[in-house]
Design a protein around this ligand. Structure first.
Ligand code: NAD
Length: 405
């Protein structure tokens, strides 16, 4: 077959450790043979972030704004140990945080379902997508460790100098304090991203907060969602026969567990952080979770939800065999290629993305998988493959799918 031509480049953000190794294998085995791959390459590996004083991360995010679609490999977020390991000039911020701040997006995470890997919650037969607000709250907080007795107040000074005050607490002894914020603009973007994604994927949207306790903060989230729904999306939802539904977070948790899945659950920043790990684990494996950042201007950045799989990388460096699951990283590529195909009207590219995803799922359903998948699979005699052989097995399935056509 002729290699598929692309018209607009994908923004390619390379990353670190084991996922960087998989990245190269995926391109060589599963992309170059089929696509005349056009990318604008940014090396977000920690060494290059350090060499460019992290400018490369900012440049890659700006390129994403320019072209509209990016695919990102997992990257190290430095901590004390990484400072020493990579002799860093500074403890560079999380690239994901920097990119999210520039794109102002919402992160959608969905599990990849495969027959033979049964969710811990047995009635979850369809994927649950978590939409996490990616700005503010406890992630942009101000904190004080209170040394002793004193009065804590929340003070807002308007531009004209007028002050609004609210007593937080009269401390009688040491304690802790935290101030958090959000903006109507960001919550509005979050709401629009969720409603648009629900329309795009034709799924119901659930949203939950703790508005009974937080009568101004969380209630504002609820009100903004309702107003945007009523004025901009209600008609579209009704046309498609999908539903928007708000409930308290504790009620949502109970309903989610009883549900069969197949909807989007929009969560505030912290709730989404926690719930996405719970949902990923309950579906079986973090390495089977996809993630896409969608900005309010319709810019998309696709990645795997997992990290750089550091432990496997150290084995790889010692020359030992690894069996790392590349499926979520492959799905980051297929998500990005499909979106590029849709935007540029290249049907072959969209069809290729569908086929490659199908090939990943079939390979596992045929009993060929990586070690971590074999541990949770009901398949009786799984064939456990190393990282490269697993990718090659997917390639063989893909070739078969093309032959069958
Ligand atoms: P991790 O996701 O790399 O690993 C967590 C656990 O899941 C490990 O036991 C790992 O072996 C297993 N695992 C994850 N993906 C797997 C896969 N594809 N195949 C087989 N097993 C898999 O997270 P971590 O160990 O907490 O972090 C390692 C590095 O990744 C850190 O430096 C962290 O900063 C970074 N990180 C990056 C991102 C990102 O770029 N999106 C996300 C999380 C962590």
């Amino acid at each position: 077959m002729d290699r598929i031509k692309m018209t607009t480049p994908l923004v390619e953000m390379d990353g670190d450790e084991m996922t960087r190794i998989l990245w190269q294998m995926i391109k060589e085995e599963l992309l170059y043979p089929y696509i005349d791959l056009k990318t604008e390459y940014y090396d977000l590996g920690l060494e290059n972030r350090n060499a460019t004083n992290d400018q490369v991360t900012v440049d890659s995010a700006n390129a994403t704004l320019k072209y509209g679609v990016a695919v990102k490999c997992a990257t190290i977020t430095p901590n004390g140990a990484r400072m020493k390991e990579y002799q860093l000039k500074e403890m560079w911020k999380s690239p994901n945080g920097t990119i999210r701040a520039i794109l102002d997006g919402t992160v959608f995470r969905s599990p990849i379902l495969v027959r033979g890997i049964v969710p811990y919650v047995s009635n979850w037969t369809k994927p649950i997508t978590i939409a996490r607000h990616a700005y503010g709250d406890v992630y942009k907080n101000a904190e004080i460790k209170v040394p002793g007795a004193g009065r804590a107040e929340l003070v807002f000074t308007a531009e004209d100098g007028t002050e609004t005050r609210e007593l937080i607490h009269e401390f009688r002894g040491p304690g802790i304090l935290q101030g958090i914020h959000n903006t109507e603009k960001s919550v509005g973007s979050f709401a629009r991203a969720c409603f648009s994604y629900a329309v795009d994927t034709r799924q119901d949207l659930w949203f939950s907060t703790k508005d009974t306790i937080s009568k101004k903060y969380d209630h504002t989230f609820k009100d903004i969602f309702q107003e945007i729904y009523d004025t901009e999306y209600k008609a579209k939802f009704e046309d498609l026969g999908i539903e928007y539904f708000y409930t308290l977070i504790d009620d949502a948790v109970a309903r989610v567990i009883r549900s069969e899945g197949g909807f989007i659950w929009a969560c505030k920043n912290y709730d989404g952080d926690v719930m996405s790990d719970m949902v990923a684990t309950a579906y079986g494996d973090l390495s089977m979770m996809t993630s896409v950042l969608v900005s309010p201007d319709g810019v998309y950045e696709y990645e795997a939800a997992h990290g750089t799989v550091q432990r496997h990388y150290y084995k790889h460096l010692k020359g030992e065999e690894t069996s790392t699951n590349s499926i979520a990283t492959i799905f980051a590529w297929t998500g990005a290629l499909r979106k590029r195909g849709e935007l540029d009207g290249i049907r072959e590219l969209t069809a290729f993305a569908d086929k490659l995803e199908q090939a990943c799922i079939r390979t596992v359903e045929d009993g060929k998988m990586t070690r971590s998948l074999s541990l949770i699979s009901t398949c009786e005699n799984p064939v456990i493959l190393n990282s490269l052989d697993f990718i090659r097995a997917i390639r063989a399935t893909l070739d078969n799918l093309y032959l069958l056509k």
